[in-house]
Design a protein around this ligand. Structure first.
Ligand SMILES: *Cc1c(COP(=O)(O)O)cnc(C)c1O
Length: 470
């Protein structure tokens, strides 16, 4: 494809992209595709001869689009959002065009220095102390793995990397029973072992109980285990519960434990002064992450990872073969030493584009609206005697269920599961679920970039009507 041909196809594709944004609400939110359907429409072997790009666009519409779940449809209320925005998409086009590999400062100084500056901007926006340094990771899962590995090295005097695990040295990691599965995955694969992840009971509001944490640490120490790291969650995936950082931090400080904070989705709410209470106890934090790729209108992937002692992180991950030696080493940030992969995408550009295009004021306004929609939805649910709210509504997630009179718990679980599937199969809205205290719970998240109160109200009417017809 010559640059001139590229220009023509790119213009066509941009038209396609803008039309998609205009029409995204017309697609069924959740793909109606059946297993194997898309696979079987794709030829068994690759074409021998070059094909025109126009045939690819045609197949995009005919084969691919029916198999897409439309996360950018404002009627998408499932999971946590994975938002985009036009400024983010435009920046991704530039990044794809430059195709720079940003492993070292030298391999693109602008990428490293913009990343450093964007992390300083974000650190200020969310109210982390100035002694934190930031780096962009691909996902929260990777950032949590990096944090736990750094904590592992610190608590073993940097011997684990060299010597490997040692059966007489059993490290323990703690998180709440509502923490994300990425914590378990990290503990499982970093050599600490899944059985050494201690899941601490939660309180009525689904946040970690600090007394139970204290007891678990005391019990572990008395058995000769080495407590290593506590992972606190700000905004759990099930209900957006907020673990009490100050109480947990005091325990960590007393026992010299690493405190890692997973604020994957809810971290964005920290840009609002009225949500700064979630960071009370920030002085105890060793590492912190949040995902602009969830709720800050920035394309996947983009996890902002902050660490108080960057030297520990670098000491953990640094490796310096001859072919990576540069003359600027020590004067600049070589981010390949700040995490697991060597190769790195130029991710800071989309953050720069998003933050400049919205302004911090514009971002705050949007986030505030989403939070307001959730609280209004809660109000509407409370008005209906045959529905109930199942968890405190703190940020942008409402947990509820249909509870018609005269049904036992089993029947209620059954009818709510059926309600969830009926709604999702309709293609009109998409909700996901969790189980709270044995109750099948519908989760509605009001965080899609373009969601309005009108979408929320219509969705709620559809939910009520569908439930009462079951
Ligand atoms: C979504 C989520 C994660 C995982 O995020 P990835 O970036 O997809 O790895 C981790 N923790 C919490 C609390 C989450 O909500």
């Amino acid at each position: 494809m010559t640059p001139d041909e590229f220009r023509k196809h790119a213009h066509d594709l941009v038209e396609w992209m803008a039309r998609y944004m205009e029409n995204v609400e017309k697609y069924p939110v959740k793909s109606k595709s059946k297993p194997g359907e898309i696979f079987n429409r794709i030829p068994a072997s690759p074409p021998e001869k070059a094909e025109p790009f126009s045939s690819l666009i045609q197949d995009l519409d005919e084969i691919i689009m029916p198999g897409i779940t439309h996360w950018q449809n404002p009627n998408f209320f499932a999971y946590f959002p994975a938002n985009t925005s036009p400024p983010s998409i435009l920046a991704e086009m530039v990044v794809a065009t430059l195709g720079a590999q940003c492993m070292n400062w030298e391999t693109s100084p602008a990428a490293a220095e913009l990343e450093e500056k964007m992390m300083i901007w974000l650190r200020g926006m969310i109210g982390l102390p100035d002694n934190f340094e930031g780096v962009i990771q691909d996902t929260a899962s990777t950032a949590t793995l990096a944090a736990i590995i750094a904590a592992r090295e610190k608590s073993t005097g940097f011997t684990f990397n060299n010597e490997g695990g040692n059966k007489s040295l059993i490290l323990r990691v703690y998180c709440s029973e509502q923490a994300h599965s990425s914590v378990e995955k990290a503990v499982k694969i970093c050599g600490i072992g899944r059985r050494n992840l201690v899941k601490i009971q939660v309180r009525d509001d689904f946040s970690m109980d600090p007394e139970k944490l204290d007891e678990a640490i005391i019990a572990d120490k008395s058995q000769g285990f080495i407590p290593c790291c506590v992972v606190a969650t700000i905004g759990t995936t099930g209900t957006t519960a907020v673990d009490p950082l100050r109480a947990l931090g005091e325990i960590c400080s007393r026992n010299s434990l690493w405190l890692h904070v997973d604020a994957a989705m809810a971290g964005t709410a920290l840009i609002l002064p009225e949500f700064q209470w979630m960071l009370d106890g920030r002085e105890y934090i060793d590492s912190f992450l949040f995902n602009p790729h969830k709720w800050m209108f920035t394309n996947f992937d983009c996890t902002a990872f902050f660490i108080k002692d960057a030297d520990t992180l670098i000491k953990t991950f640094e490796i310096l073969p001859e072919y990576l030696k540069t003359r600027t080493r020590g004067q600049v940030n070589d981010y390949r030493d700040w995490g697991i992969p060597l190769g790195r995408r130029f991710r800071a550009l989309k953050l720069w584009s998003v933050i400049r295009s919205y302004g911090t004021e514009g971002l705050r306004e949007k986030i505030r609206q989403h939070i307001l929609f959730a609280s209004k939805l809660k109000g509407m649910i409370l008005n209906e005697p045959d529905f109930e709210i199942l968890a405190p509504v703190i940020i942008n997630v409402v947990c509820f269920r249909y509870k018609p009179a005269g049904l036992d718990e089993n029947k209620l679980n059954e009818i709510n599961e059926r309600l969830n599937h009926t709604l999702n199969d309709s293609g009109k809205i998409y909700l996901s679920h969790t189980v709270l205290n044995g109750k099948y719970t519908l989760r509605m998240v009001t965080g899609q970039t373009n969601v309005t109160f009108n979408h929320v109200e219509k969705a709620w009417n559809l939910i009520m009507m569908t439930a009462r017809l079951l």
